[in-house]
Design a protein around this ligand. Structure first.
Ligand code: UT7
Length: 334
């Protein structure tokens, strides 16, 4: 990585999840599945589902407000807002602009970033560059999803996996011996066909026919995505660890994208990190896509598991196909 002028670190975190809990037992009433199948194949027990009037921006604004409060900042001091989402409120304008308006972040630029479930790590790495170069002092990164709105609730292959939620992180300059140590972004567009929403874009605009054929919902080849995920997460983690000049033994906490406990366990084993150093909440939230890593990070910081000076690795994968890794030496803002 080129030498940076400033170090960027996370100085505040926030989370918002809908109140409604959907359990595996509830899903048993909806599709041909079982609590036992879902738990053993994915590790998920329950997930949160947005209400009919709750969109991605609503969760994003709540999470962002808490993150700014925890960083001790006013909305006016934000220079840039990036919302990573697969479920924007609308195709246009960007959800980030709705968030900017509702927060009252009068001095911020705002855009959305689409990189599948890896979006939050992609957005963190973009924000990192702005701070490292000295262009901006405060960047707000948000992963916000209401995947429940684009899931086919009759398709057991996908409807048991996802949940709704948002996580936000404030990036600021931190002391030279803290902050983001290394980042790595990867993609393999040839695998894009394995996880997509076929209709509603310029290739296949929404029509009566696309709706009848359920083409406005998520379609997924789970086995192919699984194969990609274990390889990408394992290799991604190893790369950012070595780019940061660390070894797996130096890592205090490993925060993988929360899609499936079997993917998480396999990736951790490949990297050589014991599960007692891996943060897991897929059991309570399912796969919240871009929100999964910030929610896990938020919980660990709130519970004071993560402490100043510790080495944290975050790794994700998702539609694209994309993957990313990021190593950070934790900075605890007082
Ligand atoms: O953020 C990225 C999002 N995507 C992912 O992370 C997905 C990654 N992939 C996975 O997590 C796993 O592949 C799944 C959890 C999706 C599936 O697990 P699997 O062990 O790979 O199962 P499978 O696809 O090999 O399917 C096994 C069987 C199939 O039946 P047949 O064809 O063998 O008779 C499925 O039809 O399980 C069946 N099945 C289900 N059965 C009960 C699929 N979904 C369900 C279900 N309940 N919900």
């Amino acid at each position: 990585m080129p030498k940076s002028t400033y170090r960027a670190g996370i100085t505040g975190l926030g989370v918002a999840v809908p109140d409604k809990v959907l359990t595996n037992l509830d899903l048993q009433q909806m599709v041909d599945t079982s609590d036992e199948w879902i738990r053993t194949r994915t590790g998920i027990k329950e997930r949160r589902i947005a209400g009919p009037d709750q969109a991605a921006s609503d969760l994003a604004v709540d999470a962002a407000g808490e993150a700014l409060k925890n960083a001790g900042l006013r909305p006016e001091s934000v220079d840039l807002i990036i919302v990573a989402t697969n479920t924007p409120d609308m195709l246009m304008p960007a959800t980030a602009c709705m968030v900017q308006d509702r927060l009252g972040a009068a001095n911020a630029g705002a855009f959305d970033l689409l990189a599948g479930c890896t979006g939050f790590l992609y957005a963190l790495s973009v924000g990192h560059q702005y701070i490292a170069s000295g262009t901006f002092e405060t960047v707000l990164i948000i992963g916000a999803e209401t995947l429940s709105k684009i899931i086919n609730w009759k398709d057991r292959n996908t409807c048991v996996l996802f949940g709704d939620g948002a996580g936000a992180a404030v990036l600021e300059r931190v002391p030279d011996n803290r902050g983001i140590l290394s980042t790595r972004l990867g993609s393999d567009g040839s695998g894009g066909k394995h996880l997509k929403v076929p209709a509603g874009g310029s290739r296949l605009p929404a029509s009566e026919a696309t709706i009848q054929e359920n083409l406005h919902y998520v379609t997924m080849n789970g086995r192919e995505v699984f194969r990609f995920a274990v390889r990408a997460m394992g290799e991604g983690a190893m790369e950012v660890i070595s780019m940061a000049g660390l070894t797996p033994e130096d890592i205090n906490f490993f925060i993988p994208h929360q899609a499936n406990i079997r993917i998480i366990e396999t990736a951790a084993r490949r990297v050589g990190i014991n599960m007692n150093r891996v943060l897991v909440n897929v059991d309570r939230f399912g796969n919240t896509s871009t929100a999964s890593i910030p929610i896990a990070l938020y919980e660990a910081v709130k519970q004071k598991k993560i402490k100043d000076g510790q080495n944290i690795i975050m790794v994700g994968f998702g539609a694209g196909l994309t993957w990313a890794g990021l190593a950070v030496k934790w900075y605890q803002k007082q």
